[in-house]
Ligand binder design. Sequence first.
Ligand SMILES: *[C@@H]1O[C@H](CO)[C@@H](O)[C@H](O)[C@H]1NC(C)=O
Ligand SMILES: *[C@@H]1O[C@H](CO)[C@@H](O)[C@H](O)[C@H]1NC(C)=O
Ligand SMILES: *[C@@H]1O[C@H](CO)[C@@H](O)[C@H](O)[C@H]1NC(C)=O
Length: 310
Amino acid sequence: MNPLRCATLLVFCNTVLILVCNADERNDRPIIGVLAQEYQSSGNSYIAASYVKFLESAGARVVPIRISQSEEEYEKLFNSLNGVLFPGGGVNLTSSGYAKAASVFYRLALKANDQGDFFPVWGTCLGFEELAYLTSGELILTATNTSNVSLPLDFMPDAKDSRLFKNVPEDVLKALATEPITANSHHWSVSVKSFYMNDKLRNFYRVLTTNKVDLEFISTMEAYKYPIYGTQWHPEKNPFEWTRPVISHSPSAVKASFYIADFFVNEARKNFHRFSSKEEETKALIYNYNPVFTGKVSSFEQMYIFVSAS
Ligand SMILES: *[C@@H]1O[C@H](CO)[C@@H](O)[C@H](O)[C@H]1NC(C)=O
Ligand SMILES: *[C@@H]1O[C@H](CO)[C@@H](O)[C@H](O)[C@H]1NC(C)=O
Ligand SMILES: *[C@@H]1O[C@H](CO)[C@@H](O)[C@H](O)[C@H]1NC(C)=O
């Protein structure tokens, strides 16, 4: 909680002092950073446009976080953005430019939240695996047959008490729990066994859903004490990606996708970072780049491709 924004009202209740935050304080112009990653070995980097549309659909604007920037540049961006999304993809979890940027943002997010700021982080697929790596300091993935399958989620009994699912409409919850609408596109997973054997993971994240294919793995988690969330599945694909027959475009799948986008963008509305000027903000926004049609040559319909400066 930002003390400057919260210390507005003190209520005396018996002998307990209760600090009441102004719940109306909200940032209705949230800007969320999305990490780019290496585009094969071209030297360029990319962001799949579906992540951008996913966030835009719920009322956020997006700033690309380019790879190979200095730590100072990442820190400046961190202080300008209202949240960050680590997307899926296929780069190295420890040595890629994506991994390096993720590690800086993760560290800054922990520090900011520890100091009373509120900075949300979302990880999808590779981003989920990156979160598991950053939190545990270990690569604990297990190979699974999950590269091309849509699944219903197996909810933990108390998942409805979580922040992520507390306000989920009954029809969306039912669809997620019973229909094969969550797209999985990963060869590796955090197995339930590895998760619970790892103290750092177990103490940091609450498991909200699991899935079982050839092996039982963690499919949705949220941090206990931080606004940090991860899904091994892809909520952004249902409305925006059409190349894989396995991706569901049913009304309930699209509605579930929007529920997740809306949830995360609302988390970002609780953050009040801003760019130092309107010019800096305009210069950083993804509107400065044009997505290209890549559906014929990749699994993404459209990508933003960032040409390496060198
Ligand atoms: C990732 O990079 C590290 C360090 O360069 C290397 O040891 C590891 O084998 C790589 N992992 C994969 C899956 O390629
Ligand atoms: C992997 O899962 C698919 C269904 O999603 C199934 O058709 C295939 O046989 C499985 N492969 C192995 C090696 O289990
Ligand atoms: C993925 O699964 C779908 C059916 O769910 C199938 O039509 C498609 O051929 C599969 N793709 C690959 C690359 O295995």
